[in-house]
Design a protein around this ligand. Structure first.
Ligand code: DP6
Length: 347
């Protein structure tokens, strides 16, 4: 039994086989993934680029057991139900199909991010599950293969396999060609010493899931096509800015890409609006900081929370300003974090 994260108790008659524990961190996209060209395989319309964080890790254990019962999944100590259980079971089915084994799994996942708050808990969750399940079932895959596998759980999870900055290639085509060509890889950005100030202005679950909002945007928003086209340019500009270590350019591109993504949702029918009054107050404060010469740039995902990209040396100053602007919220400073990894028996 793993010391820090005890497994769920096995029902009588089950016999343990392989097991593994993995940890992964969330990532925040600077060029967003918003829209699928294939829902089943989770193939995106555009490529995206993110920074993996050093906060809010997810630790997931997978233990294989004999028997024909259902998978047993525990999330933060409580049995998983509904959509969460369905997605995890479907993911395990995929792993079983790949390795030709039909053993059931006992999964225990511990998440430190407020689930459903637009802080990408599905990214760290499926990256950790992909790594732990691949190890427990003995699936042989390299980093790109693991990223491809994690993608099938949640698109953004493909990027959390890697530490620092990562680009998820949209790939080409559909079916097996699309699947093979769509994975993330690490992007070097050695000269960039950045922090992400995270302002959690509302930690509650969101009204519309990102999956549903994304689908509705692609299907109904007249702004979706133009955003996707400009996102391709944003990605090329972002790659170049990262190579130069140019924080101002990185921040400007990230901010315009995120605001554009939210514009596509506002134009969806019916509209999806994640940004709240508190979000806008934080955005105003970041604009003020910039007017005073501080390089600080915002990005927002499928929720009201704001992440502010800035120099690491100015992160505390930015965090103070954001805290004043959102007194009821929680503000913390994150840096670039590590890729997914397996834990030994001693953690
Ligand atoms: C706004 O990866 O959660 O955070 O593939 O449907 O599981 P599914 O979506 P998910 O979407 C993340 C969207 C985003 C932008 C991003 O992370 O790139």
């Amino acid at each position: 039994m793993h010391r820090e994260h005890p497994m769920a108790v096995l029902p009588a008659g089950y016999e343990a086989a392989g097991r593994a524990t993995a940890v992964a961190h969330p990532n925040i996209a600077l060029v967003k993934y918003w829209g699928k060209r294939d829902e089943g395989l989770i193939l995106p319309v555009t490529s995206s680029l993110s920074m993996t964080l050093d906060v809010f890790p997810t630790t997931t254990s997978v233990r294989l057991v004999d028997g024909s019962g259902p998978d047993q999944v525990t999330l933060n100590g409580a049995p998983a139900t509904g959509e969460a259980l369905r997605r995890i079971t479907a993911f395990l089915d995929l792993v079983r199909e790949r390795c030709g084994r039909d053993l059931r799994a006992v999964v225990d996942s511990r998440n430190t991010v407020p689930t459903g708050a637009g802080l990408a808990s599905s990214a760290s969750g499926f990256a950790a599950l992909a790594m732990a399940a691949a190890a427990a079932y003995g699936l042989d895959c390299d980093a790109a293969g693991l990223s491809r596998l994690a993608r099938r759980g949640s698109g953004s999870a493909s990027r959390s396999v890697f530490g620092g900055f990562a680009q998820w290639h949209a790939g080409t085509g559909t079916g097996p060609e699309g699947d093979e060509s769509s994975y993330a890889e690490a992007v070097p950005a050695a000269r960039l010493d950045v922090a992400l100030v995270i302002a959690v202005v509302n930690a509650g679950p969101k009204a519309v899931s990102s999956r549903e909002a994304m689908r509705r945007t692609v299907d109904t928003s007249p702004l979706y096509g133009p955003w996707a086209a400009s996102s391709r340019d944003d990605l090329a500009d972002m790659r170049a800015a990262l190579v130069r270590g140019d924080l101002r350019a990185v921040g400007e591109i990230a901010e315009r890409n995120a605001l554009g993504m939210h514009a596509t949702m506002l134009a969806a029918r019916p509209a999806v609006r994640y940004l709240s009054p508190a979000t806008v107050t934080v955005l105003d404060r970041v604009s003020e900081l910039r007017e005073r010469g501080v390089a600080a740039y915002v990005t927002m995902d499928a929720g009201p929370n704001v992440k502010v990209l800035c120099h690491r040396a100015q992160a505390e100053q930015v965090a103070r300003a954001v805290r004043e602007a959102a007194p009821g919220g929680t503000v913390l400073v994150a840096g670039p974090g590590p890729g997914a990894r397996l834990l030994g028996e001693d953690g």
